[in-house]
Design a protein around this ligand. Structure first.
Ligand code: FMN
Length: 181
């Protein structure tokens, strides 16, 4: 799949079919995450692949009931991936904690690769880390940055609006309108 097609088509998927995730697809998706860029190439991340139904339920309980991805994590998605990162194994520059960026980049590569494989994902960051941690025995020095369900989408979700380029891109200095010429 063309990169731009993946970028434009990817959506957060919260409803999944019962179909399993083929191991070869899972391997390629994890490989895409593995090659992500990171602060000083320190690769501060760990990915936990969860398939056990009881463990998935336990993870889902770390999401508030109002989180729209809760059912996908606990019931419908055949696979759940828990993304952990060690803040000490990344950079801290001017108060900016780069472990979150490292982890985010790896997750986004995983998510785009999943889409290219015909699979759905959904970034989940609204959860109680204290409840999620024991579900996967994550050691204290690691933060759980995100969780995603992974599976075959029930249907392609609709498009969400984005800000126009004119609202977010400046030319040369702050506030100067950008013209595409
Ligand atoms: C850092 C981050 C955290 C998110 N946390 C959640 C979440 O806890 N639950 C959820 O259902 N969606 C979550 N989302 C998905 C966003 O709601 C979604 O990306 C956004 O509405 C745009 O929709 P789209 O991904 O379909 O384009 C999160 C996305 C990001 C990037």
């Amino acid at each position: 799949m063309d990169l731009y097609q993946a970028l434009n088509e990817r959506r957060s998927v919260r409803k999944y079919t019962n179909d399993p995730v083929e191991p070869e697809k899972l391997a390629r998706i994890l490989e895409a995450a593995r090659v992500a860029p990171s602060w000083k190439n320190l690769q501060c991340w760990k990915f936990i692949v969860v398939k056990d139904p009881e463990r998935k339920k336990q993870l889902a309980e770390s999401l508030p009931e109002t989180n729209p991805a809760r059912r996908a994590i606990g019931e419908t998605a055949p696979v759940v991936i828990v993304l952990c990162a060690d803040p000490e194994a990344s950079g801290l520059q001017d108060g900016k904690e780069y472990y979150l960026l490292d982890a985010g980049l790896a997750m986004q590569q995983l998510i785009l690769a999943a889409h290219a494989e015909g699979l759905g994902t959904c970034w989940v960051a609204l959860f109680d880390e204290g409840k999620a941690r024991p579900a996967c025995a994550v050691p204290g020095e690691f933060r759980i940055v995100a969780i995603t369900p992974l599976g075959v989408p029930e249907k392609q979700p609709g498009e969400k609006p984005r800000k126009e380029l004119g609202e977010i891109v400046y030319s040369e200095t702050w506030g100067q309108p950008f013209t595409e010429q």
